[in-house]
Design a protein around this ligand. Structure first.
Ligand code: ATR
Length: 275
């Protein structure tokens, strides 16, 4: 049976084994998918050991996503732009890296939430690993304008600079600023910060939400609640990161198995188990 896993630290909370088990059952694929707790200084060794044991691929979660590109023999354009990856496939001597986070987010917004992004204005708050992973695929669907805001403005500027050629190809106006530089109102506001984990306030001014805007937090569960409650109280449609979690997993499953699993069904099932 082909073996896969998710590597992270911590990793015991990961819902990926449950999600991939459902994908496998629903598509008739025989795979094993487990969690692997990897020491903070032992990611490369963890990957090496899993390959040696016959692993076919793995997902990578915090805090190792930035370490993936250096281990890959082949990194996709998305991985190169994000400088981070969440997915590896092992083929003989080759280690192929992909980043499915952004495609997963875009699919959740456009398909599951039925909010087309082409021609819209987007505010992406956060330029860390999560923000970097989603920016490229957001640009690829052709919004009119994207503002990337980060507490450390320099980090947002670097991320935006790297993405300007892609933005130009898709006709997107792309800008960067610090949190205090956010002006105007947006159709879609995406929170990719860890502000709630730090117990900090909402990193977005009230006026950033256009009436009826879509507000997405890339987290789910209690960590997403402050942002979602804030957005809801201001009349926005609030969406947590559970859909992105399932959709990025579906893209990884496709990358490994060549089969697209029924992600909407599995998302509905996962929500029901958490309700
Ligand atoms: P992740 O992989 O979750 O993105 P990360 O790379 O450590 O983790 O990035 C965390 C993000 O949350 C960054 O955008 C960070 O801003 P800085 O780059 O300025 O550090 C943001 N963040 C963390 N704590 C925050 C807070 N209290 N207020 C606002 N932004 C915060």
């Amino acid at each position: 049976m082909d073996r896969y896993c998710v590597m992270g630290n911590p990793v015991e909370h990961s819902k990926s084994p449950w999600i991939h088990a459902r994908f496998a059952a629903l598509t008739g694929q025989e795979i094993e998918y487990t969690r692997r707790l990897v020491p903070l200084d032992g990611f490369a060794e963890g990957v090496r050991a899993f390959r040696e044991e016959g692993g076919r691929g793995c997902n990578v979660t915090v805090p190792f996503k930035f370490e993936v590109p250096a281990l890959a023999t082949h990194a996709s354009e998305r991985v190169k732009l994000a400088e981070a990856a969440n997915c590896l496939r092992f083929e003989g001597d080759e280690v192929r890296a992909e980043n499915t986070d952004g495609v997963g987010l875009v699919r959740d917004i456009q398909v599951n939430a039925q909010a087309p992004l082409a021609g819209r204005t987007l505010l992406l708050v956060g330029a860390g690993g999560a923000g970097a992973g989603v920016l490229g695929p957001l640009l690829e669907v052709g919004p009119a304008r994207v503002l990337v805001a980060n507490r450390g403005a320099g980090k947002a500027a670097l991320l935006v600079e790297r993405h300007q050629p892609l933005a130009r190809r898709h006709g997107v106006q792309l800008h960067a600023c610090g949190l205090d530089g956010i002006t105007g109102a947006f159709d879609v506001v995406i929170n990719a910060t860890a502000a709630s984990l730090a117990g900090a306030g909402i990193p977005v001014p009230d006026g950033a939400l256009r009436p009826g805007a879509l507000a997405v937090d890339l987290m789910y569960g209690p960590a997403a609640q402050p942002f979602l409650a804030w957005a809801h109280s201001r009349g926005a449609v609030a969406r947590d990161g559970l859909g992105m979690l399932v959709e990025q997993a579906a893209e990884a499953f496709l990358f490994w198995r060549g089969v697209r699993p029924p992600s909407a069904q599995v998302l509905a099932e996962l929500r029901a188990t958490l309700a």
